[in-house]
Design a protein around this ligand. Structure first.
Ligand code: CP
Length: 253
């Protein structure tokens, strides 16, 4: 049973395989082809926090692949109505894969222990492997390869990355964080320190005027929309690989 709770759960060879599937299915998607690689398969989507990208992209990709998804919000009772063990064992009887966005990473680790189908972390206070996969796929598309490139070093960086300054339960510290992080706002002045061809990245949602200015996020170096689009493509590659399906063009590999 393979779970993807952090990016470290995947080897480099596995990530390259997932990216090969992603590339193939992204190309087909652009041509209007939706290869039904997961007919009848069901993904459960457990969310303890709000989401646009993660929820909508998983729901859309399961539909593209001929499967379906079940959204489970607070009323499903993850961590509240019954033990995590009972929740995981029961849900695994119904679905083929579980995507979970939880308040605490440990809760996802505990859930995975009891599930008899793969569990994918859809964001915790520790890791966001789906975002990381989409971002790496995006940089690989633009740079041709990842080896040898730096992210956010600011000196010699291929891309400058920022995120909201308070999220995932840190909202009570918002005022304090605004003051502490203010010098790190990614604005035109700060971006001048990066190479002229460095990309600007953000996982979204953004708080414009805080961690990034409009002129940067809407500017020519911004690749935030490509990142958001690639969330769906990379997660499609991940689920097709995790559930053992093979795109027609790759069936002999
Ligand atoms: N980046 C990201 O995970 O977006 P959502 O919170 O909208 O899912």
């Amino acid at each position: 049973m393979r779970h993807v709770l952090t990016l470290a759960d995947l080897t480099l060879a596995e990530i390259n395989r997932i990216f090969a599937i992603t590339e193939d299915l992204k190309q087909k998607f652009a041509e209007g082809v939706r290869e039904p690689l997961l007919p009848g398969r069901v993904a459960a989507l457990i969310f303890q926090h709000p989401s646009l990208r993660t929820r909508a992209s998983f729901e859309a990709l399961m539909a593209h692949l001929g499967g379906s998804s079940i959204f489970l919000g607070d009323e499903a009772g993850f961590k509240s109505r019954e033990s995590v063990a009972d929740f995981g064992r029961v849900l695994s009887e119904y679905v083929d894969v579980i995507v979970v966005r939880a308040k605490k990473h440990d809760e996802v680790v505990e859930l995975a222990k009891y599930c008899t189908c793969p569990v994918v972390n859809g964001l915790t206070d520790f890791a966001h492997p789906c975002q990381a996969l989409g971002d790496l796929f995006t940089l690989r598309e633009l740079l041709g390869k990842l080896a040898g490139h730096k992210l956010v070093s600011l000196r010699g960086a291929a891309a400058v990355y920022t995120d909201v300054w308070s999220s995932m339960g840190q909202e009570a510290e918002r005022e304090k964080r605004l003051k502490v992080f203010a010098p790190y706002q990614v604005n035109a002045k700060l971006l001048k320190h990066a190479p002229r061809d460095a990309y600007f990245m953000h996982d979204l949602p953004a708080r414009r005027g805080e961690e990034v200015t409009d002129e940067v996020i809407d500017g020519p170096r911004s690749i935030v929309l490509r990142q958001a689009a690639n969330r769906m493509h990379a997660q499609k590659g991940l689920l097709v690989w995790l559930l053992g399906a093979k795109p027609a063009a790759m069936s002999k590999q």
